[in-house]
Write a protein that binds this ligand. Structure first.
Ligand SMILES: NC(=O)C1=CN([C@@H]2O[C@H](COP(=O)(O)OP(=O)(O)OC[C@H]3O[C@@H](n4cnc5c(N)ncnc54)[C@H](OP(=O)(O)O)[C@@H]3O)[C@@H](O)[C@H]2O)C=CC1
Ligand SMILES: CC(=O)C(=O)O
Ligand SMILES: [Mg+2]
Length: 611
């Protein structure tokens, strides 16, 4: 929501004092709050500017005296925020400071984020968000999203109506069962949709008012939480079977009924048993995607495309071994196959280049219990094995992908073997948060004589090797899901097919510069991500029109402009534009300066026309 124009309606002038006015604020796309008093501009995080209200604004809004006698620019305020943040040593405290800022001054929060995304992202997202979720009972202060519990069955639409924003365009929701690599955190998982949607705005400029975080509280099987006095969710074992499915079904329908069929529904951090099943059920009838399956696939394939420029090979020239054959692992494997098919080999040939491992060992058709249904495509007709390390050597793996939640699983022996298999081994340690990473970049560089191409799900400090410093990149879906969402929202896409994730991967890979590659990263600098998101959005909109999936007509003449115009601007708005159109009684006052405004108001009040 951008306040482009603020029209002030005189509602009441008490004691003939034209400065005490009640005002009504309009925006370009909605009447924000219907009737605001001046003080609401200070109290409402969306409108608040702190000490940046000019003296004129303070007079007109009747807030003079509520603020200290100095006017500070947004830039000066940012400097104070940075100073305050630096004083906290603990990331959780830094997060709490930022959350407080968001709750009091939304624009200042997003403007601060925009000054250094690389620095602030880890505080609102992984790894700190993992800690936030684990402590959510302590962190929780005020509603930043909706909790819908199993006991609300039959009333979900009514709960959606309670959300105060009317222009919701995207919902990110979790049932809290697989929060990062931390497992079942039940209602404490709320930190994830809040964090993800914060990135919609910070990384892709989707207006905050258009985003709704939701936790579907269906219970938890985490005994520690069930016994935790601070736990904020329902104290029941997780619902399963029909009870769970009916609940999800009602939720999906309620969202569409409340916000129309073009509402974007992002599944986040569902456990494997539900993630693929629900995506398959809903992807062709709702505008929906699963970030862990599809978003992750997109970012990893982008990294692989960029890595091709280093290895001088194609995707089809690699042998891939995955540790973890869950939502992320199988999602990536499927998209890599699609990309290899585009390189000219058959799907059958592509699948043969991929080997997958889960907790039960190699996905072998001969193993006891067979291959899980979501991964049957990757079942191998090989002897079962649980010896991951030996497979790395015997298969001559060139690309190692970790999405297992097992921190340190890529031992130095495994990494050394990767260095023997190929000149430039690719190592993706994707599990989050940091402690769950399959290896650190330093370990990967040390074990491969600095020859590896590395990416991790969570950020790591720079690597020192052979007298050089490398800045490895973050293979995290945050590079793609905000931009994809931006495109989908803008063109009212009917669905979000896998092809869109491949499109996003190609767009992201093109943004990687030679300088990035030289620095050791296969992703662009995070501080570029807003521009990248807008490029991804453009490519998604073009794809939606090409595939007949766009819900708007006609196609905008200039898609870049179309995207830019929508994107949220975190700079403060001047609430007193230089020409007021000031309805008063049955006539309008047209003035250019504050002095003219005051003079006109006083004149009209004396005549008794503006009571
Ligand atoms: N970087 C990024 O952008 C993203 C990172 N992730 C991270 O990836 C990790 C996995 O996520 P996701 O796929 O959704 O989770 P899932 O629960 O769907 O899958 C986990 C997989 O890891 C396997 N696994 C567990 N323990 C072992 C073990 N000891 N040895 C081998 N395999 C094992 C599981 O096997 P089994 O089923 O047999 O138990 C399963 O196949 C998480 O840490 C998550 O944070 C996820 C999405 C995005
Ligand atoms: C990044 C992400 O989505 C996850 O770790 O689940
Ligand atoms: Mg996730």
């Amino acid at each position: 929501m951008r306040l482009v124009k603020a029209n002030f309606l005189v509602k009441e002038i008490r004691n003939k004092n034209p400065l005490k006015v009640l005002v009504r604020a309009y925006s370009d796309d909605e009447i924000v709050p219907n009737l605001l008093r001046g003080v609401d501009y200070v109290r409402h995080p969306r409108l608040n500017k702190g000490l940046a209200f000019s003296f004129e604004e303070r007079q007109v809004l009747g807030i003079h005296g509520l603020l200290a006698g100095t006017v500070k620019t947004q830039e000066e305020q940012i400097a104070i925020c940075k100073y305050s943040l630096n004083r906290y040593k603990n990331p959780l405290n830094k997060h709490l400071y930022l959350a407080e800022l968001l709750d009091t001054n939304e624009k200042l929060f997003y403007e601060l984020m925009s000054t250094d995304v690389e620095k602030y992202l880890p505080l609102v997202y992984t790894p700190t968000v993992g800690l936030v979720c684990q402590r959510f009972g302590l962190v929780y202060k005020r509603p930043r999203g909706l909790f819908i519990t199993l006991h609300d069955k039959g009333k979900i639409r009514g709960i959606l109506r309670n959300w105060p924003e009317t222009h919701v365009r995207a919902i990110c929701f979790t049932d809290g069962e697989r929060i990062l690599g931390l497992g079942d955190l039940g209602a404490y998982g709320m930190g994830i949709p809040i964090g993800k949607l914060c990135l919609y705005t910070a990384l892709a400029g989707v207006p905050p008012a258009h985003c709704l975080p939701i936790t579907l509280d269906v219970g938890t099987n985490n005994q520690m939480l069930l016994e935790d006095p601070m736990y904020i969710g329902i104290r029941e074992k997780r619902a399963t079977g029909d009870s769970y499915d009916e609940f999800i079904e009602e939720f999906m329908e309620a969202c569409v009924n409340q916000y129309t069929h073009s509402i974007l529904l992002q599944f986040e951090d569902f456990a494997l048993a539900n993630a693929t099943r629900l995506l398959d059920r809903y992807k062709n009838c709702y505008c929906t995607f699963n970030d862990d399956i599809q978003g992750t696939a997109s970012v990893v394939v982008a990294g692989m495309f960029a890595a091709c420029r280093i290895t001088k090979k194609k995707l089809k020239d690699n042998i891939y071994l995955f540790l973890g054959a869950g939502s992320a692992g199988v999602g990536i494997a499927n998209l890599v196959c699609d990309a290899m098919v585009e390189e000219g080999i058959s799907m059958e040939e592509a699948v043969k280049k991929i080997y997958m491992f889960d907790a039960g060992g190699l996905l072998s058709t001969k193993r006891q219990g067979g291959v899980p249904p979501h991964a049957t495509k990757f079942g191998r007709d090989m002897e079962p094995t649980k010896d991951f390390g030996s497979l790395v050597g015997s298969l001559k793996v060139t690309c190692l992908v970790g999405a297992s939640t097992v921190g340190g699983a890529f031992t130095s022996a495994i990494l050394q073997q990767m260095g023997k298999n190929t000149e430039r081994p690719q190592i993706y340690a994707l599990s989050n948060p940091t402690v769950k990473a399959e290896c650190t970049p330093q370990q990967a560089y040390d074990a491969t004589e600095g020859r590896c191409i590395y990416a991790s799900g969570s950020p790591f400090p720079p690597v020192k090797f052979g007298g050089k410093t490398y800045h490895t990149g973050q293979g995290n879906n945050s590079y793609v899901f905000p931009g994809i969402a931006l495109g989908v929202i803008l063109c009212h896409a009917h669905h979000v097919p896998d092809s869109m994730f491949l499109t996003a991967a190609k767009t992201l890979a093109k943004c990687v510069t030679q300088k990035d590659l030289d620095l050791g990263r296969i992703y662009p600098h995070l501080n570029e991500v807003r521009v990248i998101s807008s490029k991804i959005a453009v490519s998604i909109i073009n794809r939606a029109f090409n595939e007949g999936l766009a819900g708007i007509y006609p196609k905008p003449e200039n898609v870049e402009d179309f995207v830019q115009k929508y994107m949220y601007n975190s700079k403060y708005v001047d609430y007193l534009p230089d020409r007021y159109d000031y309805p008063c009684g049955d006539s309008k006052i047209k003035v250019k300066t504050m002095e003219e405004l005051m003079a006109s108001l006083t004149k009209k009040t004396k005549k008794g026309r503006c009571k």
